[in-house]
Structures are given as C-alpha cells and as structure tokens.
Design a protein. Sequence first.
Lengths: 197, 251
Amino acid sequence: MKTAILKYNAGNIRSVLFALERLGVEATVTDDPEELRSADKVIFPGVGEASTAMNYLKERRLDELIKDLQQPVLGICLGMQLMCKHSEENDTACMGIFDLPVKKFESPVKNLLKIPQIGWNNVAGLHSVIFEHVPENSYMYFVHSYYVALGPETTAIANYIINYSAALQKDNFYAVQFHPEKSADAGQQLIESFLKL
Amino acid sequence: MLTKRIIPCLDIKDGRTVKGVNFENIRDAGDPIELGALYAAQGADELVFLDITATNERRKTLSELVTRIARHVNIPFTVGGGIASVEDVSVLLNAGADKVSVNTAAFRNPPLLNELAREFGSQCIVLAIDTRFEDGDWFVYLNGGRVKTDTRTEDWAKEAVDRGAGEILLTSMNNDGTKQGFALDITGRLSQNLNVPVIASGGAGTMEHFADVFEKAQADAALAASIFHYKEMEIPALKNYLYQKGIQIRF
C-alpha cells in the first residue's frame, strides 16, 4: 500500500508522518502529481492560514488535483477547511468538495470561551466508517479558530460555543477538524480505519 | 465540552529530565522520552519540555531530542528554553514540536511575537512568564527567574496576546516548588482578562490544588513537574478526583 501525505506550506506534516510510523506505515511526503494520483491513500494535513495555503495550492494546481482524486483522501484541520466552499479566514474561496462554509468562532461573552479552541473535546454522532473503532464521545485534540458549519456531510459533531462539524465525508473524501495524529489512542484508531479503507 | 488540561512539565538539561526547587538545586529525574511516553499513556493531555541546557551544542541536541519525542509520543507537546528567533522556532516545529514557548527573548524584543504569529500562527506560540509577587503586585522576571523587571505581569501578558501569543504559561516563583497550591489570584486575573488559554504553573502539591486552579482561577490547564516525576501523585488518580468534582476532564 502506498500512502502519500500532501506536501505544501502548512505545518504539522511531520507529526502525521510519525503517527503513521507508529502504526508501521511508511508514507511519502510529496507534491508530485503522479505520486499523489497513484497513491492508495492521500492525507491532506495542515496547520496554518487559509488564504496563504490556498494560494500555494492554486499556484501549483494542487487544488484541482485533490478534487479529482478517486482514492480515499483524509483532510486534517486546515486540510478539512480547505476542502470546504469558502473560509471567513481572509475571505478565501476554497475547493468546494464539501458545500459548507468555514466560519470564525465568536465568544458569546467576552473572554468566556477562548479562541482558538485549544485542547481535548468530545466527538458525538459518529457515523463514518473511519469512526468504526472510535467510541461515541471520545476525546480528540483540537486547535482551531475557524469551524465548519453542520451539514448533510457531517459525520461527527463537536461543541464549542456552538455545534459544528468535527468530521465530514462525501464519497472518497474524509475530513476531520481535530488532529488524529495527536489524539492518543482514539486518534490512532481513526487513522488505522482510514488506512484500511 | 472542551476539557481542562493536565500538563506534566519536563525540564531538560543535557538530554535528561531534571527538577529544581525555586529554580535552583537541580536533581536528576529520568529519561525525558520514557517519562513523556509514560505520562501520555497515563492520560496526560499535553507535555511541556523546557530545555535549560546552556551550552553551544544545545540547539542541535534539542532538535534531535524533539524528533525522538515526536516519534514516540502521541499527544501534543510544547518545547521551550532559550528560543530567541524565527529560525529557532522553525527548527523545533520542523523537528516535530506542536508548539514552542518563548520567554525572555520575547520580553526583550516584543515584535518577535508578531513575527512568530505571522509566520507560524498564534496557536503554536506559547508565551511563558515567570512572575513574582512583591510590593503589592506581580512582576515579570527573566532569565529563568534571575532577573527582575519593573513590568507588571498583567501588562506584559496583555501586550503579548495583542502581539500574537496564543497561550500564556504562567509560573509563579512564589509558589513554585512549595507544594502549597497555585497562585490563584494572578492566574484568575489573567484568565478572566485575556482571550487566550492560561496554563497555571508552580505550587501543585495536592489534587485539591488542581481543582482550585480550575474552579476558582478558571485556568484552562495546569502544569506540574516534581509531584509527577517523583510519583507523589498519579495522573489517573488526579483525573478521577477532578471528574468526581464535576470538572471537565478527558479519560
């Protein structure tokens, strides 16, 4: 099996590589179109800012490439947000794989809830095959200031200020807002299920 | 619900975990990777590694250590100690750290925080403040607590957040090593007046101290070192206690 991690100007790629390594999986970090197209699984990670990342992908036509992939694709954090339609982060047009908006968290009362959300939050309403071995209300590690609204493609819900999409799925595209690579055993289970697709 | 975080802190000197009292009298406390992995398995929510090595070899050794930690530990971790530039941060994040903490260098050169936030995002920039209460207020100390400043901790924390710090790691020097509890007043003041998470550090001795800092001071996370290193308190028991108290905790 060939697992490719998309190489682009976003952080945390190495953490994903190490998480796969802990599962005994050797992955390639690449932005080569042929390598990405021929991989069995593609992981689209990311920590960073939406417009910078999107510009980088567009300049290299990687956005079109990702949209056309047929094999299972897993977007993580910023990766998930870039797979949506539009992000409020610097008013960025994204890929539109999921027809959902990305919005900024607003604390209802000043300083009541800190932004970004940093830490462990529970995920509920799990109904994607990647959650097969993840118990309902498991805790996952989140770091984000923007969130994806709920929609028909939502496969897990988290609550911070409001209910939002902790995970999405449409056809071969899977996406999670949290960091499975940093979410202890629960996250490891999710990655394993994705790799077995 | 977002949970409160329990964060063991490992001070690193020449690749080993060490612990001092009131920033002095350093003792050996074990292998950092073994300890880190153990804490992760026990339910620690995050780890902080602070490098206190002062040699020229430091930077390279640290980035190698960070990569070894990242390979073995499946929870987030922060690395700090002597970080002074965008280049330092870049090396550590690329080595596998999730966040970095900056202290003295950010105080000496506050625009560094703006640069770091712009380059890497606020979410991975932790501002560490060592503070001491004297003459009626809390003041910022630098260089591992050796150098006093005339700046009020609240003022510096606010400026740092405005410049892009994504979290505050607040260590009370009055409380550190005493096991008499966290500094509730300054922790609470920062937590209520800042829109970023506050990690309380210094003074943890009993489980009740953790409950107090979460409930009375609204800390988002609590950090401790020696009580965990010397097994005076086990993380599962601590989490169970906090859960019984109705505090949001991850199991």
